[in-house]
Write a protein that binds this ligand. Structure first.
Ligand SMILES: [Zn+2]
Ligand SMILES: [Zn+2]
Ligand SMILES: [Zn+2]
Length: 150
């Protein structure tokens, strides 16, 4: 990902998709929810709730947390568990398992989408009589930019 793409397209596309999904499902994209989403889409690096509140100059944490919860529950953003932070989802209009490549150095996150991988996880769960309620995979490592720097 790095700096080799026109990021304004990412932001525009993501917001347009979220707006469309909200309209379709009758969800309300309030000022705060939109502001939080836009902030998260500032880049491809995961942001923590504290960073989001700081940037929003929001002194009411519950408002921010509720907005994050709304965005996450509707699949507009993903929580990056390994960083305890959030990242925008590039395809919020379709139900999918989140598969994330997480850079442990700069916190850049790339979402990939592998159907075979997803099926494999389902198969393994099935073998163990395990009921899957949430499919979320994270692989931690180092992105191309950070590898160049190293
Ligand atoms: Zn981008
Ligand atoms: Zn996603
Ligand atoms: Zn990196």
């Amino acid at each position: 990902m790095g700096h080799r793409h026109d990021h304004s397209h990412c932001v525009k596309d993501a917001l347009a998709q979220v707006e469309r999904v909200c309209a379709e499902r009758g969800l309300r994209l309030t000022e705060t929810r939109r502001a939080v989403l836009k902030l998260i889409w500032q880049g491809h690096k995961a942001l923590s709730a504290a960073e989001i509140m700081h940037k929003l100059k929001n002194d009411k944490p519950p408002v921010t947390y509720r907005a994050l919860e709304f965005l996450q529950q509707n699949g507009f953003i993903h929580k990056v568990a390994s960083l305890n932070a959030y990242i925008g989802c590039p395809h919020p209009d379709e139900a999918h398992a989140s598969q994330l490549l997480v850079c442990g150095d700069c916190r850049e996150v790339v979402e990939v989408s592998s159907a075979p991988l997803d099926r494999q996880v389902e198969n393994e769960a099935h073998k163990h009589h395990f009921e899957v309620t949430h499919r979320h995979l994270e692989v931690v490592g180092r992105c191309a930019d950070c590898r160049d720097k190293a």
